[in-house]
Design a protein around this ligand. Sequence first.
Ligand code: ADP
Length: 248
Amino acid sequence: MMLEAKNVDFYYGNYHALKDINMQVEANTVTAFIGPSGCGKSTFLRLFNRMNDLIDNTRLTGECLIEGRNIYDKAVQVDQLRKEVGMVFQKPNPFPKSIFENVAYGLRVNGVTNGTVEETVERSLRQAALWDEVKDKLKKSAFELSGGQQQRLCIARALAISPKVLLMDEPASALDPISTAKVEDLIYELKKEYTIVIVTHNMQQATRVSDKTGFFMLGELVEYTDTKKMFLNPEKEATQNYITGRFG
Ligand code: ADP
């Protein structure tokens, strides 16, 4: 088991954003989170690299585990955790640096030396299916790339530090259809090496890329099951209503 949530409740001030979430995610799978806007998908995703720690006046109870270890344990170093858990956001957010230095960034911060940096940058760009498009302009600014290329660059940057888990918060929702297809193909390829969790508002995307799907509503995990089953034969009426477009 790569990721696990046990009786997770989360509050923004008095607002009860996640209610008794229990979930297990196996290694080398893709899990999609779906549900109406504001139901807690991103909040739950962000618990796994402790991004919510940055928000004041929040409270978590229960446990979030990675490979059996509670990542909110006092002994856990957040820097170390974020090396194991990469994150890709909705809007591509390259740094104002060259293509090469964007991918090399995490390595440099961690004191990796030059020879390995070049190898790792190339490997990461290849894994992100971007190498062929950028190999002749690695020194150019990342901002010269298209939106879809920038997003794959951000994926390469996340992969360069060899995480175990990749969290993706609507990674394709700001992209055109061709770039979206590239990112989706990539997600499928990447699960050979990584465990991927993706928030998506696009149900077709969930069916295309994921092995399991979790349906959230009003802070609860209503249903969590194999993606095929979720979309063909869900257990809960609320899931059925949502996937058939009756609300959300
Ligand atoms: P989703 O990803 O499903 O759209 P979110 O996890 O972003 O939902 O949000 C869940 C709920 O928590 C929403 O009601 C949202 O308004 C609230 N929320 C999210 N982020 C914050 C924040 N930083 N401060 C206060 N409330 C927040």
